[in-house]
Design a binder for this molecule. Structure first.
Ligand code: SAH
Length: 242
């Protein structure tokens, strides 16, 4: 009886850790999310039961509470359950919530970190997230709006830090996010980037400024999953990117 929570990385199968892959091969059952790369899912041995709990083929995702009960019931059957998540499970991955359920049910667990898309997107786009000449901090935030449509972003504080701002789940609210930073006094020429499908063969990257970013996303019909990066370091992408 055990659950291993594994970060599968952002999509490129070679970014999965060796430790994560080893545990995956020892699993009895794997519960995986939509953002786990297809190449990684195909590495799960045929003998292992695979359960997709994310949105696939237009079906609704399995509700979070059901994922919790599924993990608990499978583990209580004496199975080794692997919970496989995109990126890193502790970066906007609800990994903490899932572990709390396991604690309540006295189920032993192990957590294996993954390469978060928040980091990998910049790396694959030739954007060093910190640079002694441009940025000495990075801030990973969510662009997911609350039920009332409000964003939970402290634009003023972030704009004053001169760091690199990395936004996950930011495409649907991109216009409001850019306006928020402009109204908070950030330079409209501040370099900015969007990396769609980061690390996958389908990766696209777009470099603009805080002022042009939303237009750029509309013109190119950028969709989720995408990472938005705002900060002076984005200007290095043309030089350092491939
Ligand atoms: N735990 C994940 C993040 C989950 S939140 C991690 O550490 O990467 C989901 C958001 O992650 C998406 O909306 C998108 O902003 C980002 N994301 C995940 N995979 C991505 C990818 N391959 N390319 C671009 N963005 C990605």
């Amino acid at each position: 009886m055990k659950v291993t929570l594994i970060g599968a990385g952002p999509g490129d199968a070679e970014l999965m850790t060796i430790k994560g892959l080893n545990r995956l091969k020892q699993a009895d059952v794997v519960l995986y999310d939509r953002l786990v790369g297809e190449d990684i899912v195909s590495m799960i041995p045929d003998t292992v039961e695979k359960i997709c709990v994310g949105k696939h083929n237009g079906k609704h995702p399995v509700p979070q509470e059901e994922i919790g009960s599924l993990m608990v019931s499978k583990a209580k059957q004496g199975l080794h359950v692997v919970r496989l998540k995109g990126g890193d499970a502790f970066v906007f991955g609800r990994g903490g919530e899932e572990l709390e359920i396991l604690c309540e049910n006295k189920i032993p667990f192990e957590v294996i970190p993954g390469v978060s898309s928040s980091i990998a997107a910049g790396v694959y786009a030739g954007i060093p997230l910190t640079h002694r000449d441009y940025s000495s901090s990075l801030h990973i935030i969510t662009g997911h709006a609350k039920k009332n449509g409000q964003l939970d972003i402290d634009f003023k504080s972030l704009a004053g830090l001169n760091g690199t701002i990395i936004i996950l789940m930011g495409i649907a609210s991109l216009e409001n996010i850019c306006t928020g930073f402009l109204e908070a006094g950030m330079n409209r020429h501040m370099p900015a980037a969007i990396v769609e499908n980061a690390t996958l063969k389908t990766q696209r990257k777009f470099i603009g400024t805080l002022e042009t970013l939303f237009e750029l996303s509309k013109q190119n019909q950028i969709v989720s999953p995408s990472v938005v990066i705002i900060g002076a370091v984005c200007a290095l992408s043309d030089k350092l990117g491939t």
